[in-house]
Design a binder for this molecule. Structure first.
Ligand SMILES: [Zn+2]
Ligand SMILES: [Zn+2]
Length: 134
């Protein structure tokens, strides 16, 4: 049985194949935008959110979405633009702060999750997270 779902972005029905819950068209459109941002941040590491939005012709919301999805990360010292969805603390990437993240993991697995050790990153602004992402 195919896993048919509604695209989170455009609402269309599509065959879910894993990864973010969006259809292939939305995914491809996102990839294009993401590639643009990635190339831009490669050239201008530490660019601010508004700089990236302006120079890449991408909406701030879109960039925030990539940040929430963990595909981009704000480096140390940059303007913090995301809040933890649980406690409202300022965070750099994803949806929750490290404390809430480990609390959630704790709630799910029943074991105390150690917060991941943050590596120090140079510069300010955003950088591309070199992760394999579907
Ligand atoms: Zn879609
Ligand atoms: Zn939190």
């Amino acid at each position: 049985m195919p896993d048919v779902r509604n695209c989170r972005r455009c609402g269309r029905m599509y065959n879910y194949l894993g990864g973010p819950p969006i259809c292939i068209d939305c995914k491809n459109a996102d990839e294009e935008v993401f590639k643009k941002i990635k190339a831009y941040l490669y050239e201008f590491p530490g660019a601010t959110l508004s700089q990236v939005a302006l120079d890449c012709d991408v909406s701030v919301e879109k960039i925030k979405m990539f940040l929430r999805e963990g595909r981009l990360e704000i480096t140390d010292g940059a303007n913090i633009i995301l809040e933890c969805e649980k406690c409202g603390k300022s965070i750099k990437t994803g949806r929750f702060c490290t404390e809430c993240q480990s609390q959630l993991q704790h709630d799910i697995s029943g074991t105390v999750g150690k917060p991941e050790k943050e590596e120090k990153k140079p510069g300010v602004g955003m950088r591309y997270l070199n992760k394999n992402f579907q």
